[in-house]
Design a protein around this ligand. Structure first.
Ligand code: NAP
Length: 308
């Protein structure tokens, strides 16, 4: 079996920073085309203005990876599935839950792989944290994801539009980790979403969840953080404190601290290859469902205008 011929759609920050190196580093894939309306191409790789142009005039591909903003993801993914091509969706897998369900149905009907990738789940500390927590009594969980949007998302207009998720764009990464490491399901009790008067998506959010055993989980998301940034999850247990920091890369346990290698995107591509070769899909929408519930049930407040 030859390498999987893959096209990357949406040549923005994450495609260039992470997807291209991960594809180059995995012999199961060959980068065959890139699709982006405005981006320059890559030498030796076909470059198409649109997905339609790729399927009409470009080289044959077996899979596409969709790295566009979420608002346009459904149409692109559906087009690829109709053309008989496997699909890897960057996070979040869509702008709504129902469109992701529709894609899952389409992939299944066509016998294709649909992979909703949650890159933070492949951070080095996540699986060891899950294993350590499996046998512990969990007393309390707190999540703090506080970063400076001007540093991490400069000029990204889509992120402030409906479907762009605002501060939940990074916050959903925390939820993708917590839904993986905790042993029981959890659900929203309350939320306050703070949205700048000139924007459509929140700049900050505070949430409380309970798991099915009544354990409290609190979450603090803020894009106005200057100074030290935090991407931390703290779990208090009967055996002491577990702390995951740097977005899951560093795991602190009561008697050890481990700094893992950055293996998020290599891990995602290894998984995508396995799914394609075994004829399976992996579409977990739990993190997106929790975000949707915050929008559904949360209290809204308007805060001062935000300009880039
Ligand atoms: P970005 O830098 O704004 O890039 C988005 C890219 O998509 C742009 O190159 C844009 O092209 C292209 N695009 C838009 N509509 C398209 C279409 N219909 N067909 C083809 N290409 C299209 O955004 P990003 O930061 O890479 O984020 C993209 C996605 O990855 C988001 O869902 C985000 O949550 C996720 N992600 C981002 C990061 C990160 O650190 N940035 C990390 C993990 C995941 P034009 O510029 O020509 O419009």
């Amino acid at each position: 079996m030859g390498p999987i011929r893959v096209a990357v759609v949406g040549m923005g920050k994450i495609a260039c920073d992470q997807h291209l190196p991960a594809i180059a580093g995995n012999a199961a894939f060959r980068l065959t085309a890139v699709v982006s309306p405005g981006a320059p191409g890559i030498e030796g790789v076909a470059c198409c203005e649109s997905l339609e142009a790729l399927f009409r005039d470009g080289p044959a591909v077996d899979a596409v990876v969709i790295c566009t903003p979420p608002q346009v993801r459904y149409e692109l993914a559906r087009e690829a599935l109709v053309q008989g091509v496997h699909v890897f969706l960057e996070k979040p897998p869509g702008a709504t839950l129902a469109e992701v369900a529709a894609l899952e149905e389409q992939a299944s009907a066509n016998g294709l792989t649909l992979f909703a990738g949650w890159h933070s789940r492949y951070a080095a500390g996540v699986e060891p944290a899950r294993a350590w927590l499996a046998d512990r009594r969990i007393d309390n969980v707190s999540i703090s994801w506080r970063e400076n949007v001007r540093v991490w998302h400069p000029g990204q207009a889509w992120i402030w539009e409906p479907g762009g998720l605002g501060v939940f764009d990074p916050g959903i990464n925390a939820l993708s980790i917590v839904t993986r490491i905790l042993p029981r399901a959890f659900f929203l009790r309350s939320a306050v979403l703070s949205t700048p008067v000139n924007r459509a998506a929140p700049i900050a959010a505070k949430m409380r969840f309970n798991d099915t055993a009544g354990v409290e989980i609190s979450m603090d998301l803020d894009w106005r953080q200057t100074g030290p940034q935090s991407w931390d999850i703290v779990v208090e247990t009967d055996a002491g404190r577990l702390k995951l920091t740097k977005g899951g890369a560093v795991l602190e346990l009561p008697s050890s601290i481990e700094h893992g290698e950055d293996g998020e995107y290599p891990g995602l591509y290894a998984r995508f290859a396995t799914l394609i070769h075994s004829g399976c899909s992996d579409v977990d929408t739990t993190p997106l469902r929790l975000v949707a519930d915050a929008f559904l049930r949360g209290h809204r407040e308007t805060v001062e205008a935000f300009d880039d």
